[in-house]
Design a protein around this ligand. Structure first.
Ligand SMILES: Nc1ncnc2c1ncn2[C@@H]1O[C@H](COP(=O)(O)OP(=O)(O)OP(=O)(O)O)[C@@H](O)[C@H]1O
Ligand SMILES: [Mg+2]
Length: 251
């Protein structure tokens, strides 16, 4: 469980997050949606500790993240898997080495143990036999799967994904979404995903938080989103004319 309490973030006096409160549960895919520039990535970066909040608190189960000492922060950081915009794989390293990178950094496992774990993660994302390939030899969808394998390398309790579908076609996007959802449920992970993608919202959105200009204007499930009364949310969801017509038909 992650609980965000009245989170504010300013850059040079400009407030980007304006008091966000929301809770994310284990075993669920929670989505952060909103227009470009609304503050989704900044929120995610605060969650993982890449930004320090100006004020507010982030609870990881019973731990208040911002008040932790460096050693405890590192322990907690070990429990977080991340899949950031693009796959952010290291081009100079093979698939196997990419997946072993967090193990090199955070564990003292032997080479065999690391290889075993890398193979397990690769199998989990259906990419057996890609060990010795380099990222530029893989398709975009395969690169994302390597990114997911790396994100789950340390068996995380928390998983963060920033636009996991960017650059993918709709069919591959759904494959990636379902993989993230399966892994979330299988290992009871608290997963938080930033997305623009309404397909993802409808497919895997156990919980959705809509951010508008740094504020959370709405939260609910994918079943509730189409019936919402929030004007800004409806403008975002039904941005195209076709979607507007669809909504009119549903009423
Ligand atoms: N390091 C930074 N310093 C100053 N301003 C920043 C910084 N990072 C983000 N911002 C500003 O915060 C606002 C929100 O940015 P953010 O990247 O969170 O948007 P987003 O919702 O993720 O958009 P997109 O959908 O395009 O990824 C923007 O106005 C951006 O310019
Ligand atoms: Mg972003």
């Amino acid at each position: 469980m992650i609980r965000v309490e009245n989170l504010h973030k300013e850059f040079d006096g400009k407030e980007v997050l304006k008091g966000i409160s929301i809770e994310y549960k284990a075993g669920e895919c929670s989505l952060i949606i909103g227009a470009s520039g609304s503050g989704k990535t900044v929120l995610l970066k605060n969650l993982v500790g890449l930004h320090t909040p100006t004020s507010g608190e982030i609870w990881y189960d019973d731990k208040a993240f911002t008040t932790l000492k460096e050693k405890q922060r590192k322990e907690l950081r070990k429990e977080m898997g991340m899949l950031f915009q693009g796959s952010a794989l290291f081009d100079f390293a093979t698939v196997e080495e990419n997946i072993m990178f967090p193990m090199d950094f955070f564990t003292d496992w032997s080479k065999e143990e690391k290889l075993d774990r890398a193979n397990f993660c690769l199998k989990r994302v259906h990419l057996e036999n890609a060990n010795k390939k380099y990222p530029n030899e893989l398709s975009g969808g395969m690169q994302k799967r390597v990114g997911i394998a790396r994100a789950i390398a340390l068996n995380p309790k928390y998983l963060f994904c920033d636009e996991p579908n960017s650059g993918l076609d709709p069919t591959t996007s759904i494959v990636i979404d379902r993989l993230i959802q399966e892994i979330t449920q299988e290992y009871n992970i608290t997963t938080v995903i930033n997305t623009h993608d309404m397909n993802s919202v409808m497919e895997i959105g156990d919980k959705i938080g809509f951010i508008y200009q740094g504020q959370k204007l709405w939260e609910g499930s994918n079943r509730e989103i189409l019936k919402s009364d929030c004007k800004e949310l409806n403008d975002f969801v039904f941005a195209s004319n076709m979607a507007k017509q669809l909504r009119a038909l549903m009423k």
